[in-house]
Design a protein around this ligand. Structure first.
Ligand SMILES: C[S@@+](CC[C@H](N)C(=O)[O-])C[C@H]1O[C@@H](n2cnc3c(N)ncnc32)[C@H](O)[C@@H]1O
Length: 286
């Protein structure tokens, strides 16, 4: 598949999932708090600084960045999907945040910012989905001033990526399908494409970052008040599932939903569902 086709496919996948991300923002944003706070801490964000967040989605970790840089700072979030950016803007406007801005970019190679104009960079749950993650890191390196920190979060061990694995297991009981979470392959963008810290750190170094290190820790990824709500969130926002579930008839879709809910209720008998996953939080210095 050509790079252009791959980019177009990935863009469409994210565009379709944006409706779910906007609608269920809290399911993702609330679960993201511990990992987002850790990223902001490692980025050494402080009052008055300018923060650049790549793959901002509906504005995570923009909230934590805005708190850290304060009223005299500035946060710019960038994403390839206009619907995500619109959702992030609506969220910031509703909260009266005036130092946070979001823009759509064509791809990770063209951030549209002045070289050396940011004091720190972040990319949460984004690099692994990019066709050229190395180019993304080079773009961020160019955008940052000397001494600035770059911090990313990616998904670690595929075996511990419970949020998607549970869905994959349920759906596979009903539909013959290729693995949605294949073994990591750094050439193929996807949830676990950058799950090996050594690969990721090599990309950081090749982009020019020094003092590169990775923290491996389990963090919440997505949460819901009930198994039913969790399924609804996934059905609308988990990229690879959206098209798959749309391609089956109503009866089969209802059977998959019922199976997923029963499976989730067995695992979370008390009600609320919180899926965790192993995360890699990687830091480099410009
Ligand atoms: C899993 S979401 C993460 C969003 C947000 N950072 C968060 O932590 O909730 C991945 C985001 O990456 C964006 N994305 C995918 N490929 C991208 C690229 N090449 N450049 C910029 N953003 C990209 C998607 O549109 C989506 O909003």
């Amino acid at each position: 598949m050509s790079v252009t086709t791959l980019r177009a496919d990935k863009h469409e996948e994210w565009r379709l999932s944006a409706v779910g991300w906007v609608r269920h923002r809290a399911n993702f944003a609330d679960a993201a708090v511990p990992s987002a706070r850790r990223m902001v801490e490692l980025a050494q964000a402080g009052p008055g600084q300018r923060a650049l967040d790549l793959a901002c989605g509906v504005g995570v970790p923009a909230h934590q960045l805005a708190e850290a840089v304060g009223p005299t700072g500035y946060v710019l979030g960038l994403d390839i999907v206009a619907e995500m950016v619109d959702g992030a803007r609506a969220w910031a406007a509703a909260r009266g945040l005036t130092t946070v801005d979001f823009k759509t970019i064509p791809d990770e190679c063209d951030l549209g910012v002045e070289p050396g104009s940011f004091d720190l960079g972040t990319c949460r749950a984004g690099l692994q989905y990019m066709v050229e993650p190395g180019a993304a890191l080079r773009s961020m390196h160019t955008a940052l001033r000397p001494g600035a920190r770059m911090v990313s979060m990616t998904v670690g061990s595929p075996q511990r990526c419970t949020s998607l694995r549970i869905l994959e297991e349920v759906v596979a009981r009903h539909i013959q399908m290729p693995a949605l979470i294949p073994e990591p392959d750094k050439g193929v963008p996807g949830t676990v494409a950058l799950s090996d810290p050594a690969d990721l750190e090599a990309l950081y170094r090749e982009a020019g970052f020094t003092d590169v290190r990775t923290e491996v820790a389990d963090h919440p990824i997505v949460g819901a008040a009930s198994a039913e709500e969790y399924w609804d969130v996934c059905e609308r926002s988990a990229g690879p599932f959206i098209l798959l579930l749309r391609s089956v008839d109503d009866r089969l879709r209802a059977a998959i939903r019922a199976d997923a809910i029963a499976t989730l209720q067995t695992q979370f008998p008390a009600g609320p569902v919180v899926m965790t996953g192993e995360t890699l939080i990687t830091t480099g210095t410009r």
